[in-house]
Design a protein around this ligand. Structure first.
Ligand code: HH2
Length: 285
């Protein structure tokens, strides 16, 4: 399974990428305000890179339930200096967490490799920007917008409906000139989903893996973990690691996480177990 992001070709057949989260925002759900200043964000990004992040996801807009859009200029003011500095330093893959085509375009000109679009090409100008740069693209499922997505979300069969949505978006991206091998797919854990829906999506991840593209999951510190354990956002590390490990065992290729060093360790073990399951033959009787 190859994922092509600009000039990089990443083989995800046996290796899982850990995507470190860098929120250059005053209001993100778990770390809002901690890395809002560019210097703090850059120091955090470097720390996550040293902890083993393969890709850093830089965002200037929170998508927590109830949040409102942040204008493109302001998003770029927040993340621009960080993207530029990291691109100069090289090596690590840079992803930009935005649904704005103009922010994506500026980030790609500055050297970013991936556009992480939680609206799955909601901005009509996005596909052309991604296609002409040959960027990697994450298409995520969301029901509604961050402002209204948690108002009574309903599905008859969440994994099947999310897979249909992502399959359609993959086809739309491909018609707009984005090669399939540049696209990764994400069920959008917690985006227009109850805790039960998020659990169903993770437990039946094979429904998305069957679409034949890398699957990204973002479970880190999310509210379904808080609901299971009855714990606040700063005490969800172990739950996040458990969910990430199971997702990798079930076929996830990219894990988006705030706590990178712990996630890398959990992911390496889950990946080894997945490999052992695929290569172990049942004993002859
Ligand atoms: N989750 C968040 C943001 N972006 N992108 C993808 N592809 N998948 C996710 O699950 C995902 C995402 C929410 O986490 P965070 O960035 O920490 O919070 P906030 O949106 O409040 O900044």
């Amino acid at each position: 399974m190859l994922w092509r992001c600009r000039d990089r070709e990443i083989d995800l057949s046996h290796f899982t990428l850990v995507m470190g989260v860098v929120n250059v925002t005053p209001d993100s759900f778990s770390d809002g305000g901690r890395y809002a200043a560019p210097e703090a964000a850059l120091a955090h990004a470097r720390r996550l890179r040293a902890e083993g992040a393969d890709i850093l996801d830089l965002g200037g807009e929170s998508a927590r339930p109830g949040s409102q859009p942040v204008p493109a200029e302001e998003q770029w003011r927040r993340i621009g200096p960080v993207v530029e500095a990291l691109a100069r330093e090289g090596e690590v893959l840079i992803s930009v967490d935005t649904s704005s085509a103009s922010v994506a375009e500026r980030a790609l000109s500055a050297g970013a490799h991936v556009v992480n679009d939680i609206t799955a090409l909601g901005d009509p100008a996005m596909a052309a920007v991604v296609a002409s740069a040959g960027a990697g693209l994450v298409l995520m499922h969301m029901r509604g917008t961050p402002a209204d997505m948690q108002r009574d979300p309903r599905y008859t069969d969440a994994p099947a409906e999310v897979a249909t949505f992502l399959g359609d978006k993959l086809a739309a991206a491909s018609s707009a000139g984005i090669a399939r091998d540049r696209v990764a797919l994400d069920p959008g854990i917690g985006f227009g989903k109850t805790a039960r829906h998020s659990l169903e999506l993770l437990a039946r991840l094979e429904t998305l893996v069957a679409l034949g593209r890398p699957v990204l999951v973002g479970v880190s510190r999310k509210s379904f973990i808080g609901q299971i354990l009855d714990l606040p956002v700063d005490q969800r590390l172990e739950g996040s690691l458990a969910a990430a490990a199971v997702a990798v065992f079930l076929g996830a290729h990219i894990v988006r996480a705030h706590d990178v060093s712990a996630t890398v360790r959990a992911v390496r073990v889950a990946e080894a177990l997945r490999g052992a399951r695929l290569t172990t033959q049942p004993a002859q009787t």
